[in-house]
Design a protein around this ligand. Sequence first.
Ligand code: F6R
Length: 368
Amino acid sequence: VKDGFDTFMDKEIHDQPKAVADTLLGRHDDDGDLVLDELRVDESVLRTVDKIIVVACGTAAYAGHVAKYAVEHWCRIPVEVELAHEFRYRDPVVNVRTLVVAISQSGETMDTIMAIRHAREQGAKVLAIVNTHGSTIARESDAVLYTHAGPEVAVASTKAFLAQITACYLVGLYLSQLRGYKYVDEVAGYLDELGKLPAKIQDILDREGEIKAVAEAMKDTSSVLFLGRHVGYPVALEGALKLKELAYIHAEGFAAGELKHGPIALIEPGQPVFVVVPTPRRPTLHNKVVSNIQEIRARGARTFVIAEEGDEAVTEYADVVFRVPQTPTLMMPLVTVVPLQIFACALAGAKGLDVDQPRNLAKSVTVE
Ligand code: F6R
């Protein structure tokens, strides 16, 4: 079952190229148009949606956070991302023109189930992005887009996360297609770029030894910070969550721009900080993050930089650089999160911990 890997987590990290490829498979026709027949929601409803609210928990919520950047950019529909357990207690503004997107690997997370029940009572349509066929969330939603990650056994989510992000891109592109491509080119080009992602993820996996060596040397670390901007921000949050869950190390993710508003006070000599750097092809974003690396480096941080191949601007300020293949900005999370997963898994392994069954956690959280 573990395909020769020591742990399910390790196997599932290596399943990711396939999880992304399978989630894309069979979802467009010969003309390159997206066909999401499985969505049982009337197209006229999707054409008139004026707000999207993503409800999810944990890692699935970070997938929603990535979706917000892509869907708002491609469709100009406002997207809110809300932790499912906060959603129904704040009297959210939801009506028949709201599309609620529930993201869940298990499809059994009670917080998310309660959120979609509340949304449907208010007249909203619910679209579920779910990995488990026939699960409660799939059954109780108006429409389902399945992620094809295959069964995820390790408690902490990895391949389901990449599949969720991929499915979110499909939903965004589909809405854009249905609404007449007012803001982007036709989907074919984006699908083509998405199709290149499995090989790019594989390229990172082929170089995992570099990351593992760094992780193994850090088994006595007690605190790690993660910084990211734009879509790198949810990646930073996910990197921190993986490290907490798997290695029981205090870890925090921040929006890089928030640093000077407080968290920079945490930087002292030797503090490890991971920084997720946007592509240099978006200089305005890239320059800001490079300045952040300079600022923390000047205060003694040990910087672990996730940057694109060919991004030379970061080398001077990085103690360690992990390279990821060049990827369009909005799709970068599918590559930048992978080194962070490998890092957390290897560090936990070096500490002798059970990475598949971290303490106090359950694979699906079926109580509120
Ligand atoms: C993190 C993790 C959890 C889940 C969350 C939602 O590694 O596994 O944060 O992402 O409990 O679970 P699902 O996706 O099953 O609704």
